[in-house]
Write a protein that binds this ligand. Structure first.
Ligand code: ZN
Length: 148
């Protein structure tokens, strides 16, 4: 089959699809914005380039795809074909995730992970996002207490 796109264009398209501005990320950002939170996205000055950074609260949020980051849900299962290949790839991702999170914690950031499956349907999403607000507010209370 002949690809209608040049190789360069194709890889550009694929990279756009894979990493940034995936739908769950957009949903979470829109929600936070509507709640009056201001944030930065994919800031590469921080370990792991978190999907959302809330500088005021020192919170880094990752929105993880269940497959790529090996969530313990149905979507997180390793495929039955090419198992070794996927196992390695996904283990590498997990190791990297862990390292990034530890680095962020060491730099005084709080890390919140939101899984793709947690915002898959509207009901779950509502619950998850309400909880996220609680997590953010709680952490701002924490940092105030630490000052006194
Ligand atoms: Zn999941």
């Amino acid at each position: 089959m002949v690809d209608i796109f040049s190789r360069h264009k194709r890889s550009k398209i694929m990279s756009k699809i894979s990493s940034h501005d995936t739908k769950p990320e957009i949903l979470v950002r829109k929600f936070l914005f509507s709640q009056g939170f201001r944030f930065r996205k994919n800031d590469n000055r921080y370990p792991g380039k978190p999907d959302i950074i809330l500088p005021k609260y020192k919170i880094a949020i990752f929105i993880h795809g269940c497959f790529w980051h090996n969530h313990n849900c149905n979507r997180g299962r390793i495929p039955k074909t090419n198992t070794k290949f996927w196992q390695k790839k996904i283990n590498d991702n997990k190791k990297r995730d862990k390292k990034n999170q530890i680095n962020l914690l060491n730099q005084g950031w709080k890390v919140i992970v939101i899984w793709q499956c947690e915002i898959n349907n509207k009901m779950k999403m509502k619950e998850r996002l309400e909880y996220l607000i609680k997590e953010i507010r709680l952490s701002s209370v924490d940092s105030q207490n630490n000052k006194t």
